[in-house]
Design a binder for this molecule. Sequence first.
Ligand SMILES: [Zn+2]
Length: 259
Amino acid sequence: MPAKELLKNAIFGVLAAIYPKLGPRASILMYHSVGENRAFFAVSPREFERQLQYLSQRNLTVLKLSELVDRLQKKQDVSNAVCITFDDGYVDNYEIVFPLLKKYNLPMSLFLTTGLVGKTFTNSEKITLPMLSEVQIREMHESGLVEFLPHGEHHKKLHALSDTEIESEVGDSMKKIQAITGSLPSLFAYPSGFYIERTIQVLQQLGIRAAVTVHPGLVSSLEKPFELPRNAVDSKTSFVQFRAKVSDAIEVFQKIRGV
Ligand SMILES: [Zn+2]
């Protein structure tokens, strides 16, 4: 492990020991893939199961993102709440993640790049991964454990698009989710985390009520509903870092870094 990672682990370890609990705020986790592929965003199945075990054994409440936003809108308590979110819609979400969610009876929210359904996707590391099919999406939705939410039709970075282009990129994605699952979604995840003030206005006009970013942190109110923080879990996330990301330690770490 490189020295920088070792230092990060040591800091997270100390912080997670001092701040072991989540307290009054909720943590939204961001995953992409669980599998043995070499992508930087892929968590190994063994590590993912260890993380799910931790979530079910601790005094944490795993909610779908829509349930968390409902609670925040009603100004209800979100103490110790954690959301599991996945982006893009890789087939391993069905083959590996879904059986483990059923095993531990934990829900998740999946932001789907709708134009890739049933296709393959080659990421920036030139790794090609198969994407979920409509049949798989329907089975996951019908289980009641997985909610599907839009992540754009073509995963376009929205800050560079015109209002009309954003309308079709996001609107088409919302409509396709509704066509497959029967429910119209009202939450969104910015593709690659890109957005500007104007993006938020167009999302509001489309009927989106909240959106998640890729910035780390915890959430306790809907003060900024279109800038909800998420804590990334990927191949580089050690178990001690994971524990810190579902506790107050992540906020303290951000303050230390001056973010
Ligand atoms: Zn994405």
